[in-house]
Design a protein around this ligand. Structure first.
Ligand code: ZN
Length: 83
């Protein structure tokens, strides 16, 4: 059951118009510029990786880019390229 704790008891007019100001709700997948696919694109992790970051890198969820942040933010596993 949905917990609605914002009940509108304004006699006149609509009281609730929730979520009107939110814009970029949808996140478009990052597409690789080389193969134009997004299923093999993972974000590059910069900095000293924590244990969980290591685990995610092991699973291929992120790419460890090193301790110094570079200009690229994503990595395509298919092309073995950063972009
Ligand atoms: Zn690619």
């Amino acid at each position: 059951m949905i917990n609605t704790h914002c009940e509108h008891r304004n006699g006149n007019g609509q009281a609730q118009r929730q979520g009107a100001a939110k814009k970029s709700e949808k996140k478009r997948p990052v597409v690789c510029p080389y193969c134009r696919e997004h299923d093999q694109v993972i974000p590059i992790f910069y900095g000293y990786p924590s244990h969980s970051a290591f685990m995610r890198a092991e699973r291929g969820e992120i790419y460890l880019g090193g301790s110094i942040a570079g200009p690229t933010a994503y990595y395509c596993k298919r092309d073995d390229r950063e972009f």
